[in-house]
Design a protein around this ligand. Sequence first.
Ligand code: NHW
Length: 398
Amino acid sequence: RFQDSMSVEKTHKFWETQPVGQFKDIGDTSLPEGPIEAATPLSEVKQEPYNLPAAYEWATCDMKSDYVCSEVYNLLKNNYVEDDENMFRFNYSKEFLSWALRPPGYYQSWHIGVRAKVSKKLVAFISGVPARIRARDDVVKMAEINFLCVHKKLRSKRLAPVMIKEVTRRVHLENIWQAAYTAGVVLPTPVATCQYWHRTLNPKKLIDVGFSRLGARMTMSRTIKLYKLPDVPATPGFRKMEPCDVPAVTRLLRNYLSQFIVATDFDENDVEHWLLPREDVVDSYLVESPETHDLTDFCSFYTLPSTILGNPNYSTLKAAYSYYNVATKTTFLQLMNDALIVAKQKGFDVFNALDVMHNESFLKELKFGPGDGQLHYYLYNYRLRSALKPSELGLVLL
Ligand code: NHW
C-alpha cells in the first residue's frame, strides 16, 4: 500500500477555493510567510448565514445548558472520529466538551449546530474557540476549530464545506482571520505531520480488545511484566498542580514554549482554564523543589475515552493524552515516567503522546510504541515557507 506522501494528490473542490497553502505551492519559497489574504473591513463580512439544504437549520449551541451539552455529546458519541478499522470511536465526556468549548473569552456564536427543521434533532456540529498562537515572532489571534461532525446518515452531501464556511464567517465577525486545526485526513496542506505513540498501561485489556497484539515471542505474563510501573511517583516534590501555582506554571510554560516555531501563547488566564486539574478531564502535576520551593518541572494529560465497538467484554477504552510538559531540572524521562505512574493509578488503560515538542526524547525509552494513524496540523489563512518537523511544534489541540 502506498503511503500518503507517495500517492497521487486528490482534487479538493472545496479546499482549492480557500486561503490555505495549496499542494501546487509546496517548495515555492518565494511566497511570503504570514496571512495569505488580508483582513477585510467588518462591514464587508457577509451578514447572513450560508444556506443549508431546505430540511435543516442553523442552531447556535449554548454549551452552558446541560441539555444542549448532552445533545452535542450524543451526536459525537455516535458519529465522531473512528480508527481506520472502525474498532474504536472517540467518546469525549460532557464535562470535557464544556471545558474544551468555554475557555476565557469564548464566543457562543462559534458553537454551531445543524438541526432537522421538523424534529429539531441535532445532526451536525462544528466549533471554534479563540486562542493566541505564535508563528515565529508573530502572535496571532486565531480560532481553534474542532468537533466537526456530520451524522453518519448525512455524509458525502457536501455539508462539511457549508459548515466550515459558516464558522469562518462567524470567526470573521469577531475580527479574527486565522485558524488552527488538526485532522487525520490529508488536506491542503499540513504545516506538520505528527504521529501518535501509545504507552500500554493495561496490557491484558488492550490485547483483549484488539488495541494491541501480543508481541512476537511474548507471553501475556512477560508482557505484563514489561509494562509494570512503580506504585508511586519517584521524583521528590512531585505533586498535583493547585490554583496558587498558576503564575509560576505560566512562567515555566511560556519560557519553554518560546523555543518552538509554532506554539500556543498562554497567559495566566489560559493556564488557569486549560491546566488546572479537573476531575476526569485534565490532570496536571509539577515538581516543587524540596529545598527552594521553586517549580522546576510540569506535566499534564487530558482524559479522552473511546467507545470499543462491538466487544462483548469491554465498552470503554480509558486513554490519557499527553498535553503540555516542561522539564528543567528533572529529566523528561523521569518526569514522564511519573506521569505514567499517576495515569496508571487513575485507571487509564493507555497513555498516548504525539511526537511534538521534546516528546521524542522519552517515547522509546518509556516503551511507547508508534501508532498507525497520523495527525496533520493545519493553519487557515497563514502560510509558512515550508512544513515543520513535529519537534518544532509547541501546540496540542484536543
Ligand atoms: S478532525 C475530525 C473531523 N471529524 C470527523 O472525522 C468525524 C467523522 N466524520 C464526519 O463527521 C478535527 C464527516 O466525515 C466530516 C466530513 C464532517 C468530517 N477537516 O460534507 P462532505 C476537526 O474537527 C472535506 C476539514 O461531503 P462528509 C477539525 C473534504 O476534504 N475538511 O464530507 C475540523 C471535502 O472537501 P474537498 C474536511 O464526510 C477542521 C469535503 O469536506 C474534513 O459528509 C475544519 C467533503 O464534504 C476535515 N476533518 O463530512 C476546517 N473531512 O475540498 C476548519 C472532510 O476535499 C478551517 N473534509 O472536496 C478553518 C475555519 C475557520 C477559519 C477562521 C478564519
